[in-house]
Design a protein around this ligand. Sequence first.
Ligand code: GLU
Length: 446
Amino acid sequence: MKVITRFPPSPTGKFHIGSARTALFNYLFAQHHGGTMFLRFEDTDAERNKIEHEHDIIDGLHWLGISYTESIPLRQSERLDVYRSYLHQLIESGAAYEAEPAENGGGNVVRFKNPNVKITFSDLIRGEVSFDTAELKDFIIARNTGSPLYHLAVVADDHDSGITHVIRGEDHISNTQRQILIIEALGFSRPVYAHIPLILAPDRSKLSKRHGAISLNEYRAEGFVAEALVNYLALLGWNPGGERELFSLAELVRAFDITQVQKSGAIFDLQKLRWFNHSYLKKLDAEEYEARFAEYIKTEKKAAPPAYLSQAIRIVQERGETFGHAFELLHTDCAFLEDNLNGGAPIPIPLLTKGAKADALTVLAHLKKVLVLLSGVDEKSFTTDAIKDAVFPYATGEGRASVLWPLRVALSGKEKSPDPFTLAGYLGKERTLSRVSNAIEMLSRV
Ligand code: GLU
């Protein structure tokens, strides 16, 4: 039996991050079993549907690398005739009947004749789930004989496209009992169900706008990369066991096991997502990083990057958690590069002591000592690590702020910059010694 899953979003809003994760699980499951995932749009809510939301979803799926097969036709609104004929079949067989509308107005509604049975289905994540359907009463399945409602449409679509597995959010569990009743009345075979846990905010409430960004586009605009989002979303409620956390999409496909998805809600942790993103960005080779950063700047219509971009790129790749953050760093931590071509940014004297928690004389003494320590590092191996090895023990002994702050300011001339070891490694031995000597000279004159 070939596995066929489906992703049937309602295009009534921006592509939600939770919806992207549902699509991902359907994709991973289908791919893992050599199957296919169908995309269809459940656009029966004429008032809230928008074509731009459809485009947004399609664009988001492509960006994430989630491939699919389009249902034919793609939209429920193009299949109303089919739903009507199933509706008539139900009426003819006595499984549904026309009734006066409960409230005044409108034509007759069509109600499903509830057989009042206990329904049990086995869910791949939650095990056996049972419902007593009696409490649903004779529920409405069409507003009139011409416009069947949502549940009938879902059942018809899933059947006609041969869906074998329905993987969706647990908020749909209460729909499942209605849909199973309709499935049985039409004599269809039941798909296998898997209801995945919801994504929760850190306070365990439902993730919503007030917790921050929830649409995929907002993450994209902030400079998260697709491979990090895919990796993080896949691990929201599932993990392949073991310590490893970084997986490519292909690796996720290989490892995915829906039965290992947890039942309880999965907490969305933005810091963790940023960590994933940072890990992916640092891993890119320099050329690719540069190209993708440039692409990001272009698509997000950021202001033109500073002229020293190419000199800053190594620093921002190392430190930027997202491309957005990296762009910010260009103008903060990397601002010291601005005057680099003409000997570097001037050193503001008051800044040398500002964050040092020490007076000028102490700072002066520290800088003199540091100059000696730096002179002792071999010019050819004047790397960030070697510099740190030479200076850090002294700084730790004397109080880090009083040694490292003035050194950092001496090298950058700025209040904000990368740490002094990175700066010195970047500047090279000659420029580093010359800037520290300058700072000593300026301080001695005060
Ligand atoms: N259209 C529904 C939604 O966007 C999905 C329903 C389903 O998966 O059965 O939530």
